[in-house]
Design a protein around this ligand. Structure first.
Ligand SMILES: Cc1ncc(COP(=O)(O)O)c(C=O)c1O
Length: 439
């Protein structure tokens, strides 16, 4: 066994290893604390592996014997799930489709990776639109495109790189499609949580840009979908009003486009509901999910069935060898059971609110950050400059708190769903001690 002190140097000999300085100890990490096998320190995990680990570490219900036995069985054979079916897969699909997917979404597709989930959501839309406008069945899609937003992050695969526009390093030099991109009318809030910017004016501007895109000869009759994160994560934790998402719904209905929500970062109870869109009451046609769900994928409503030969009916239009990962499926099913048994959605709604209000109090007392916003586990605030934000992230790490940057000046948290109010209090103390004036 390699000694923890040798982990980074070993990795560095063979690959880029510029991740965190900690060496994660899978056996000694507990609850919201990630144990560093190298230093022996415990870090408060307020980033949850980029919003991908929902229930804290070493959760006692994960030790369940039957679950551990199932896990060992499915870990021993990697199954090509798209074409070889197992009882384990059927149990997972039944659990997810009836207890996590909302009513009205009969179609599912599973794949490994969030970007590939988005990529396949786009393919659903391109195929649907191609049939709608009568494109030749063996043609190449002839200019079909996806309307998307400034500040979007949808991943780093072929199609998704044409949408992602946060850090230019992530997409520069790679060939991309010139697809319509419009401004993102984000809400800003004051320290009482009231909207503090003229968001209606921003929305009107965006809607005018969307109108122009639909009329643009380059995209006319070719916009297959509008794709949006209902809360832009990497782009700056940008929240949108339900009124705006409702306008997108209306445009998609009127213009024969599918409305796709990318909930890779926000889905699976992170907001306190299974899906963030349920807070807004605006139902999309297709949802891409990943991260906390472990196995990634999409669910879709019956609008795709307006085209009888859609990708959910015709074999091999969307597919992959593994069709997701059976270990992830079994683990996800256990998460569903634990989240239900411990009522973790209600827990993070309550604790997230405590955390949010605590941050607003710190902001009021100290004046070092503003626009404190959030929903359940998804909480963020904005500092005055990039350097102050980066300085604060470093100060937090020195105080053994793991958080994330977002957009240009924002610091974001992705809280574990199991976090208690007392732990939120401890986190707030460390945050108050890490603001730029204190470091
Ligand atoms: C909103 C969103 N979409 C897509 C992705 C891509 O997911 P993955 O990194 O699993 O490919 C991410 C990852 O951060 C994301 O936040």
């Amino acid at each position: 066994m390699i000694d923890p002190s040798q982990v980074h140097s070993t990795l560095s000999r063979h690959q880029l290893a510029d991740g965190y300085s900690v060496v994660m100890d899978l056996e000694r990490s507990r609850g919201i604390y990630l144990h560093d096998a190298h230093s022996g320190d415990d870090y408060m995990d307020l980033f949850t592996s980029f919003a991908s680990w929902p229930i804290g570490y070493g959760h006692p219900l994960m030790a369940d014997e039957a679950f551990q036995r199932d896990l060992a069985v499915v870990a021993s054979t990697k199954v090509a799930n798209s074409d070889l079916y197992t009882t384990y897969m059927a149990e997972f699909v039944e659990a997810f489709s009836t207890r996590v997917t909302p009513e009205g979404y009969p179609h599912h597709f599973w794949v490994s990776g969030g970007a590939l989930a988005v990529e396949n959501a786009l393919k659903v839309a391109f195929d649907w639109k191609a049939h709608k406008i009568g494109l030749n069945k063996i043609g190449d899609g002839e200019g079909l495109c996806a309307l998307h937003f400034e500040g979007a992050f949808h991943g780093r695969t072929g199609y998704t790189m044409s949408l992602t526009n946060t850090d230019p390093r992530k997409v520069a030099l790679f060939p991309k499609f010139d697809w319509p991109r419009v401004s993102a009318p984000a809400v800003e809030v004051d320290l009482q949580g009231h909207v503090s910017n003229d968001v209606a004016a921003l929305e009107a501007q965006t809607l005018a840009e969307i109108d122009a895109a639909f009329a643009d000869p380059r995209y006319k009759d070719r916009i297959a979908c509008i794709v949006i994160e209902p809360l832009q994560g990497e782009g700056g934790d940008n929240h949108f009003r339900p009124e705006f998402l409702g306008s997108l719904r209306k445009i998609c209905d009127e213009r024969e486009a599918l409305l796709i929500f990318d909930e890779v970062q926000t889905g699976f109870f992170g907001s306190g509901k299974a899906w963030l869109w349920q807070h807004h009451g605006v139902a999309p046609d297709v949802v891409a999910f990943g991260k906390k769900t472990q196995v990634c994928g999409i669910y879709a409503n019956s609008r795709v069935d307006e085209v009888p030969e859609n990708v959910f009916r015709v074999s091999s239009r969307i597919n992959s060898t593994w069709g997701g990962n059976l270990v992830d499926m079994v683990r996800c099913k256990r998460f569903i059971e634990i989240i239900e048994a411990e009522n973790l959605a209600a827990n993070i709604t309550r604790v997230g609110q405590v955390f949010l209000e605590g941050l607003r109090t710190i902001a009021q007392d100290q004046g070092h950050f503003a626009n404190v916003r959030g929903c359940g586990s998804l909480v963020a605030f904005t500092l005055a400059s990039v350097s102050l934000r980066d300085e604060m992230l470093e100060a937090l790490y020195a105080k053994k708190v793991m958080a994330l940057s977002s957009g240009k000046r924002t610091l974001r948290f992705r809280l574990p769903l199991v976090m208690t109010a007392a732990e939120a209090g401890e986190a707030l103390t460390r945050i108050a001690d890490s603001t730029p004036a204190r470091v």
